[in-house]
Design a protein around this ligand. Structure first.
Ligand SMILES: NC(=O)c1ccc[n+]([C@@H]2O[C@H](COP(=O)([O-])OP(=O)(O)OC[C@H]3O[C@@H](n4cnc5c(N)ncnc54)[C@H](OP(=O)(O)O)[C@@H]3O)[C@@H](O)[C@H]2O)c1
Length: 255
């Protein structure tokens, strides 16, 4: 299998000013990739990410996204709305708008969502996680080669927890720190065995991985054309999803 060690055209990081996105920018640069950061406030982003190419864009404003995606070979999504009530427009709508801006041009996608996106007992997080699950469905239907990473809790991993566990079925809980999430997102772009896969990500006591191709190879691939991940519960019929999602899926499949 082909194992690219670079991304021609570089990587667009969406959510680049965020707590995970900043680490994705750093990880991508460490791997020698050209990085472009999408930001609403270019001046602030420039201060947070010195030396990085910044392009202005707002996920809620589709017209600002064409320039951002122009020429890049990969997109990493780590964005997230700050306010309840904006999850449909930002967490989901941002992915929909970027896919539309690509206008059928194929590139590699890494999407960060969360553990628990397939569950219906998320309390105050339910709306957020439902829209994140729907954004996953768009990416699977888009036809772009992708990796979807569902991290566990960011702030609960112990200092010796470096061994990565890639789980499937969305039944477990656990923690993983942001730097490891960022590293996995970037490695997924560079590792052919990560393509077409969705997994939950946790860290446990032990050393960090060295064999990335092997780590990703052990994850079951999603069924081609399916909107759910391999081993997801299958209890989320599209018929119960909002009409807007079904229309977006139809549009993507037709393009
Ligand atoms: N906390 C956890 O343990 C945990 C675990 C798993 C998953 N997650 C998920 O991780 C995500 C948070 O990651 P994080 O901590 O890196 O988030 P963060 O620090 O809040 O960053 C969010 C990023 O999204 C960007 N953004 C928001 N609205 C935008 C818009 N309209 N257009 C362009 N960019 C926009 C922000 O840009 P600005 O700088 O312009 O605001 C920022 O770069 C959440 O969605 C959460 O559900 C969290």
């Amino acid at each position: 299998m082909n194992h690219p060690d670079t991304v021609p055209g570089g990587v667009l990081v969406i959510g680049a000013t965020g707590s995970v996105g900043r680490l994705v920018v750093a990880a991508a640069a460490r791997h020698g990739l050209a990085v472009r950061a999408l930001a609403r406030d270019v001046g602030r982003a420039g201060r947070l990410l010195p030396g990085t190419e910044i392009v202005h864009g707002d996920l809620e404003d589709p017209e600002t996204l064409a320039r951002a995606v122009h020429g890049v070979g990969a997109v990493v999504f780590t964005h997230g709305a700050h306010n309840a009530g904006a999850y449909e427009r930002v967490d989901y709508g941002g992915v929909a708008n970027v896919l539309r801006a690509l206008d059928g041009r194929a590139l590699r996608i890494a999407l960060m969502t969360s553990i628990n996106v397939t569950r219906d007992d998320n309390g105050a997080y339910q709306d957020l996680l439902d829209w994140k699950r729907r954004s996953e469905r768009l990416v699977r239907a888009s036809g772009h080669p992708y990796t979807i990473v569902r991290p566990g809790w960011f702030d609960a991993a112990g200092p010796g927890d470096r061994r990565l566990v890639l789980a499937q079925g969305d039944r477990r809980s656990g923690a993983v720190d942001r730097a490891q999430v960022a590293e996995v997102l970037v490695r997924s772009l560079l590792t052919a065995t990560a393509a077409g896969k969705t997994f939950e990500l946790f860290a446990e006591a032990g050393p960090a991985p060295r064999d990335w191709a092997g780590l990703f190879a052990d994850v079951l691939a999603d069924v081609s054309g399916a909107v759910d991940a391999a081993q997801d519960s299958g209890t989320l019929p599209l018929a119960r999803e909002p009409e807007s999602l079904r229309a977006d899926l139809d549009r993507l499949r037709a393009s």
